[in-house]
Write a protein that binds this ligand. Structure first.
Ligand SMILES: Nc1nc2c(c(=O)[nH]1)N[C@H]1C(S)=C(S)[C@@H](COP(=O)(O)O)O[C@H]1N2
Ligand SMILES: [Mo]
Length: 361
């Protein structure tokens, strides 16, 4: 997009640039403080697109109350043209919709070693960040993109003047990263980060800054609370105890059917669930208790960065079963069997009747 388009963004004044002008759009917090809404158990997440009512929710310090008249997004730092974009200007830009899984990493106070199941799959609509950068023109020294939310307060006993995250410039410039103002075709609600949040498909929810008000291009990682003290973890691939940021999502899955603990009437069982990974899932295998080998499940292709349905029909005899499923991603990463937040999911279920039980018996 060049300068000859109908749309043009407002350039920053010196005052806006200096004094954190954009933060005046925050009228306060509601809720105040930490907020989590837990998702339903895996067997209830039966739809491809997750409704807002079934989607988990996490807020660290409080939910920003936004004054729409004062709301603006500033793009600054290592750019040729620092900009200020209002909500109505953003909505005039060409938009796109992307389907993507949305997963919370879990509490950064105690990095999880088991699945937390805070996951859903959504349609997001907004403007690719890449398009905004065509106006701002990042300089070659820009290596990271810092983004600020309007919220502030304390979390885990530490205070912060803003929720700030960072992305390497390569991810920020990808086709999928966007400034979203709709979720599932509805305007983004306030608790979900409305009017505008960052959406980073394939990466953990923590990176998807809500109530986004500043995007700053920088030569290095952010030194904010949520990029240093919180949201870094031991890299499981390193034998030297190296730390990595909580960014891309590794392969994971959930068995939706059969549900944990159910009694199935007959021995013909349709096993199915959702699998996801930043790089896409190419293979899902299932293991049934007394069997010695993994069976291959059918995996649906992904749409954008969506989760993918896997399924496998089995005919088995009466008894109690332990079922485990394992996903492998396009780049060859495989879910560990245990002890990691993305380890294989397992459920127990019972088959009550023998196979081929006659209908009229
Ligand atoms: N500004 C801001 N953005 C935020 C957060 C926050 O506390 N403040 N929480 C993050 C985390 S950890 C997650 S998992 C997602 C949750 O998004 P949702 O509750 O809207 O689904 O938002 C992310 N973006
Ligand atoms: Mo999260």
């Amino acid at each position: 997009m060049g300068t000859d388009t109908k749309f043009s963004t407002s350039h920053l004044t010196d005052v806006e640039d200096r004094d954190g002008h954009e933060r005046r759009a925050c009228l306060g917090l509601d809720p105040e403080g930490f907020f989590v809404r837990y998702p339903p158990p895996p067997h209830e997440l039966t739809t491809f697109i997750t409704s807002d009512s079934q989607l988990f929710h996490t807020i660290h310090m409080g939910g920003a109350i936004v004054d729409f008249d004062k709301y603006t997004i500033i793009i600054d730092g290592l750019v040729k043209n620092p900009l200020s974009i209002s909500f109505s200007q953003l909505k005039q830009l060409p938009s796109k919709t992307i389907t993507a899984f949305h997963e919370c990493y879990g509490s950064p106070l105690k990095p999880p070693t088991t699945n937390v199941w805070r996951i859903g799959n959504l349609n997001w609509t907004g403007v690719p960040l890449k398009q905004i950068f065509e106006f701002a023109q990042p300089l070659s020294e820009a290596k990271f993109v810092w983004s600020d939310g309007l919220d502030y307060g304390s979390f885990g006993g530490v205070t912060a003047d803003r929720y700030q995250k960072d992305l390497p410039i390569e991810k920020a410039m990808s086709d999928e990263v966007m400034l979203a103002y709709e979720m599932n075709g509805e305007p983004l609600s306030r608790k979900r980060g409305g009017p505008v949040r960052l959406v980073v498909p394939g990466w953990f929810g923590t990176n998807m800054v809500k109530w986004i008000c500043r995007i700053s291009l920088q030569p290095e990682r952010s030194k904010g609370l949520f990029t240093t003290k919180f949201y870094n973890e031991l890299d499981p691939r390193s034998s030297l105890g190296e730390i990595r940021p909580v960014w891309g999502v590794e392969p994971n899955l959930m068995i939706v059917c059969p549900a944990q603990g159910v009694k199935v009437k007959r021995g013909e069982v349709e096993i199915w669930g959702w699998a996801w990974s930043e790089d896409g899932v190419v293979n899902v295998e299932i293991l049934l208790s007394e069997e010695m080998k993994w069976r291959k499940a059918k995996v649906e292709p992904r749409e954008g960065f969506s989760w993918q349905r896997f399924s496998c029909s089995v005919t088995i005899k009466r008894g109690t079963y332990h079922l485990m499923a394992r996903a492998t991603s396009a780049l060859g990463q495989q879910q560990p069997i245990s002890d990691r937040r993305n380890h294989c999911h397992a459920v127990e279920f019972e088959v009550e009747a023998p196979m081929f039980y006659p209908e009229t018996f």
